[in-house]
Design a protein around this ligand. Structure first.
Ligand code: GDP
Ligand code: MG
Length: 163
């Protein structure tokens, strides 16, 4: 069985861009406006000799104006539950957001293996871009650029190491 990687994070952090890079397809819409990905999108990826399934989620995008739980569509939590490894994406350009802390806590409670990826890190000093994200308590963040491909292979190899 191929392991399933699930991409989660708040809107606009770059989940769909990374999904497209990993699947080399246009199966997930990528757009400047948040809120386009309403469902789970599945794709096939491969790094080295390891094939995997990857899931792009949109469930943390706001669907109501009350509380973070309202923003967690069932689809996203279901994808997390069904996944083997969770990749939690944050945005290295906007920096740590209050929502990131809430999502981190919710993901931690699932008990799933969790990797923190600081996206949009191209052209930025690695140490300074990841520094503030240590606060999330999810281990050493991996700096990546989904758009440019930097760090992506390393991230996936790390996430797939047990498989
Ligand atoms: P999603 O809402 O998490 O799926 O985010 P998208 O993949 O739709 O990307 C949101 C915005 O961030 C788009 O304007 C992307 O072009 C941009 N973006 C995604 N990845 C990167 C990256 O690695 N670097 C930069 N600079 N921008 C990115
Ligand atoms: Mg998206």
């Amino acid at each position: 069985m191929k392991p399933t990687l699930v991409l989660v994070g708040r809107p606009n952090v770059g989940k769909s861009t990374l999904f497209n890079r990993l699947t080399k397809s246009r199966a997930a819409l990528v757009h400047d406006l948040p809120g386009l990905t309403r469902d789970r999108h599945y794709g096939h990826g491969r790094v080295g000799d390891k094939p995997f399934l990857v899931v792009d989620t949109g469930g943390f995008e706001p669907v109501a104006d009350t509380g973070i739980l309202a923003e967690m569509a069932k689809q996203t939590l279901q994808a997390v539950d069904e996944g083997d490894v969770i990749i939690f994406l944050v945005d290295g350009r906007t920096g740590l957001a209050p929502q990131d802390k809430i999502i981190a806590e919710r993901l931690r409670r699932t008990g799933r293996p969790l990797f923190l990826a600081v996206n949009k890190a191209e052209g930025m000093a690695r140490d300074s871009v990841v520094a503030e994200f240590h606060e999330l308590g999810l281990g050493e963040p991996v700096a990546i650029s989904g758009a440019h491909g930097e760090g992506v292979r390393e991230l996936i190899e790390l996430a797939l190491a047990p498989f």
